[in-house]
Design a binder for this molecule. Structure first.
Ligand code: CFM
Length: 476
């Protein structure tokens, strides 16, 4: 598919591909290789990517519920990384407050190290119950050469608790994805294994790569507990600093988001010999498989079958009813990364097919999984820009667009029903019960009465005329 909007950006063609016959990747530029991903965005491209700081502070470090989340940089970096992602916990300290050194012009000229030390001490004095201070470096403080790592060491000696310094300067890397890596490595190096608790951990797990978006963990933790397993730590949804310190004791890591958290599972495997399994905790088949795979590791297969039978019986009538209403709908999914491939099968369970799939920062392994699962003829796009998204909505006319709030109003303007896959319309969407919430939100989006009015009376946006009416002259 050629995008009209890319006439002046020929580089984009390598990031656009169709799944051709036999599952072959047919790239927009005709090259025989796989779709290009995880490379620098072409200057001039209206990318939606975030920065390394966003991936580290916003995604991996931010959910830790009892750490002071301190940004070393300008106030805007702190503001725009705070509160937008509902990574909930059973306390709200991490959502309620954000901390920043508030670097201004004078600090940039004379250096911000003193201010950083002072900020750590002050924040800790103000909130003495916090268990650690997480300090995130930004572009500006890195460019002027502040030695935040040294300041963190000094501060640690003064306040007597961990001061974890993340070298997540925004300009590093090509997207937020590197920030996940930095977050994993830093937490692993500075916290994991720093306490050696006594006890029997032979039937214990960590849930790695889940951030408790809109309380997702409520939909699956009780299932693992029903198998007789103890959950030591979550990485990092609803996790405390103390849990992170002892997470090396777990017998098994269960890795959900395999983009943002496989790093720590690999490091734990190497250092502590902790095995891990990859799971998908969205969708009926996927959730059942996750329980079966986990149970198989511990020899608890019979219990898993009981849990799966009980839980699926509870939700199946709802899923069947929703499937009647959703059957045959064509979907455009655009997420940061793995959720796209996590959801292709889930959508099929609801009778829907993914026709267009895009990720902001997926790597090759994400695209391989997407290509394996989507149907022939589907369109795949890496790091789509805003004009491309607009063109897909107007030319391919998906029945449903699952994306993030940045795209919500664009979808509405184009008359396309929309569900927020990042932070969920209602949620939670994981587990068996979350699947019902997901189906209900999709149903609400697709069958909202407003679409009847829009399609009968509203004048379509100019670019949409051709696709909607099959003719050029609709102006009246
Ligand atoms: Fe993993 Fe995530 Fe995602 Fe992600 Fe994100 Fe996210 Fe996402 Mo938004 S950690 S990669 S960086 S599953 S915030 S909870 S929904 S883009 S696909």
């Amino acid at each position: 598919m050629q995008f009209k909007c890319n006439q002046t950006l020929p580089e984009r063609a390598s990031h656009i591909a169709l799944k051709g016959p036999g599952g072959k990747c047919q790239r927009g530029d005709g090259a025989a290789c796989f779709i290009a991903s995880n490379v620098a965005t072409t200057p001039g491209d209206m990318t939606e990517r975030g920065c390394t700081y966003a991936g580290c502070r916003g995604v991996v470090g931010g959910p830790v519920k009892d750490a002071i989340q301190l940004t070393h940089g300008p106030i805007g970096c702190a503001f725009f990384s705070w509160g937008y992602r509902p990574h909930l916990a059973d306390s709200d300290f991490h959502m309620k407050y954000t901390f920043v050194t508030d670097m201004n012009e004078t600090n940039i000229v004379f250096g911000g190290e003193k201010k950083l030390l002072q900020s750590i001490i002050e924040a800790n004095a103000e909130f003495p119950n916090a268990k650690a201070v997480f300090v995130y470096n930004t572009c500006s403080t890195a460019l002027i050469g502040d030695d935040g790592r040294d300041v963190a060491k000094q501060a640690e000696a003064i306040i007597g608790k961990p001061v974890v310094f993340f070298e997540c300067e925004g300009f590093r890397g090509v997207s937020q994805s590197l920030g996940h890596h930095v977050g994993n490595e830093t937490i692993f190096r500075q916290l994991v294994g720093s306490v050696e608790p006594e006890g029997d951990f032979s039937r214990s797990i960590n849930i790695v790569g889940d951030y408790n978006i809109k309380n997702d963990i409520r939909t699956f933790e009780y299932l693992f507990e029903a198998l007789g397993l103890r959950i030591i730590a979550r990485f990092t949804g609803n996790v405390s600093v103390d849990d992170l310190k002892i997470m090396h004791k777990a017998a098994l890591n269960i890795v959900h988001c395999q983009r943002s958290a496989t790093y720590i599972a690999d490091m734990m495997k190497e250092k502590y010999g902790t095995p891990y399994i990859n799971v998908t905790l969205w969708g009926i088949k996927n959730m059942a498989k996750a329980l079966r795979d986990t149970a198989a590791f511990f020899g608890l297969e019979a219990r898993a079958e009981e849990v799966i039978a009980r839980e699926t019986a509870r939700i199946q009538p709802y899923i069947d009813a929703y499937r009647q209403r959703l059957q045959g709908k064509r979907v455009f999914i655009y997420q940061g990364g793995p959720r796209v491939w996590h959801w292709i099968e889930l959508l099929r369970e609801l009778g829907m097919e993914t026709e267009t799939a895009a990720t902001t920062f997926g790597h090759m392994d994400d695209y391989e999984k997407i290509f394996n699962q989507i149907a022939e003829g589907a369109l795949v796009i890496d790091n789509p820009n805003v004009p491309e998204i607009e063109e897909i909505l107007t030319r391919r006319r998906p029945d449903l667009f699952i994306s993030g709030n940045k795209e919500r109003y664009l979808a509405y303007k184009m008359g396309v029903p929309f569900v927020n896959g990042h932070t969920y319309d209602t949620g939670p969407y994981a587990g068996f019960v979350g699947m019902v919430n997901f189906a209900r939100d999709i149903d609400k989006a697709l069958h909202a009465p407003v679409w009847n009015i829009v399609h009968q009376h509203a004048r379509p946006a100019p670019a949409a005329r051709h696709a909607v009416h099959g003719s050029e002259e609709v102006e009246s």
